[in-house]
Design a protein around this ligand. Structure first.
Ligand code: AMP
Ligand code: GLY
Length: 422
């Protein structure tokens, strides 16, 4: 069986390594992949958003199944185009990917179907947004409607910051068309939990919960990044909370998408906040999270390809999805300076005695050597019976992996450990 995995990050590397466990898989293409993924798949230099080139490649090379991993190709309709060419896909069609592609859509969906989320207003007119902000409670949260590489959310502590954020999005068009419409919402508090779920549009099977670490520096300081580490499961997410989320959030969301004529198939990511008033949705993503995938997939005992195909073909109810009872910890090694400017091109040394789960995100091959080529360079993942052991193993590995200007947080999992003890 020939597979095509679209994307190029650590998440895609984790997906590819897991798919390789299925002995029916004879070939995996990654488009575009990266220098590290090249050890596990054949990388083809096609941009993840180049729909015509991707369809041509998949058709000409006899791809049997495609996995569309990043948000932008999904929102642009990659699944629609591949399926039209007869290639079944993991990932929602364009109509359903709008749940991530438009925050205005997602918020209105939640309001219409009574799914708990922060109170909000939407604006297409800057003056109306500015005048609303004159009396809005602070802090306030301002979100660009469309995709903005994870940077379209501003938490404004003061009115001046709030006005500036709105002007950046609507007047200076910092995020282009993504900021033509904005959401202004209530600031919520509580632990954050990521829950990724497989769904075929009828059945929803949540994966093990996880916790991302978005800020660049220890103690959740510094700029927001694509994610500096993750742990799974998330100790704040109890069985009781999980049951409540299933009834109040997961099933209602699947039903709401069906009622809107937008059945969702693939991985639906619920970004949740466990507020004093109960769990609320902070965001939906139409795809696997990064770096959550790197800690969740190693705990999946069932065959990933079988489960993915069950979401595509509508057979998830009768397909077992089983999880290991252990814990996983991912520490991201980044280039110093990330998420702002950083240097690249440094040789990476990964000794043989580290975890087999080193997922490469930003590296290229130069004269057959792996060199840094991105902000987030790689993620080291270990699985152990306890979170403490998994973290210790990942930090031990991080110290053995070398490249110039390497930077990592030293407190990944600290909050989760505190919650376990508390
Ligand atoms: P998002 O891209 O929507 O996940 O937002 C990025 C981050 O901003 C989230 O992970 C939260 O930490 C924070 N955030 C988003 N919305 C809110 C909110 N309504 N209240 C508090 N924090 C929020
Ligand atoms: N880890 C957050 C995301 O993938 O959007």
């Amino acid at each position: 069986m020939k597979l095509l995995v679209i994307g190029s990050g650590g998440r895609e590397h984790a997906v590819i390594k897991k798919l390789k466990e299925n002995s029916d898989v004879t070939q995996i293409y990654a488009a575009p992949g990266n220098g590290g993924i090249a050890a596990d798949a054949v990388c083809v230099p096609i941009a993840a958003t180049d729909i015509p080139a991707m369809v041509r490649f998949a058709s000409e090379n006899g791809v049997d199944y495609a996995v569309v991993t990043p948000d932008d190709p999904l929102v642009l309709g990659m699944t629609d185009a591949l399926e039209k060419a007869g290639i079944p896909c993991f990932g929602p069609d364009k109509n359903a990917a709008i749940i991530e592609g438009s925050k205005v859509f997602a918020k209105n969906l939640m309001k219409k179907y009574g799914i708990p989320t922060a109170k909000y207003e939407t604006f297409s007119d800057m003056d109306a947004a500015l005048s609303y902000l004159e009396t809005a409670p602070l802090p306030t949260v301002i979100k660009a409607d469309g995709l903005a590489l994870g940077k379209g959310v501003i938490i404004a502590e003061t009115r001046a910051e709030a006005y500036a954020a709105v002007r950046e999005m609507m007047e200076n068009k910092k995020f282009g068309k993504s900021g033509e419409h904005i959401v202004i919402e209530e600031f919520l508090t509580g632990p954050e939990v990521s829950v990724l779920a497989f769904t075929d549009g009828k059945t929803v099977k949540p994966m093990v919960s996880s916790m991302d670490h978005k800020r660049a520096m220890d103690g959740d300081r510094g700029l927001n990044t694509g994610g500096m580490g993750a742990v799974a499961p998330n100790p704040c997410y109890t069985k009781e909370t999980a049951d409540r989320c299933m009834e109040e959030i997961f099933l209602p969301t699947i039903r709401a998408m069906n009622a809107e004529g937008r059945p969702f198939k693939g991985c639906l990511y619920f970004g949740l906040m466990l507020t004093p008033d109960g769990p609320k949705v902070i965001e939906y993503n139409c795809r696997f999270g990064d770096p959550e995938t790197q800690v969740v997939l190693p705990l999946l005992k069932s065959d990933l390809l079988t489960v993915m195909q069950a979401t595509t073909f509508g057979t998830l109810a009768e397909t077992p999805v089983e999880w290991d009872s252990g814990c996983a910890a991912c520490v991201i090694m980044a280039s110093k300076g990330y998420p702002a400017a950083y240097e690249k091109g440094f040789a990476i040394t990964i000794p043989a005695d580290v975890s087999p789960r080193v997922y490469i995100a930003g590296a290229a091959l130069k004269d057959d050597r792996l060199v840094t080529s991105g902000g987030r360079v790689l993620g080291v993942v270990n699985v152990a019976p306890t979170l403490q052991k998994a973290l210790a193993a990942s930090y031990r590995d991080v110290k053995k992996i070398r490249f110039d200007n390497a930077y990592y947080r030293s407190d990944i999992g600290a909050k989760a450990l505190a919650a376990t003890e508390g």
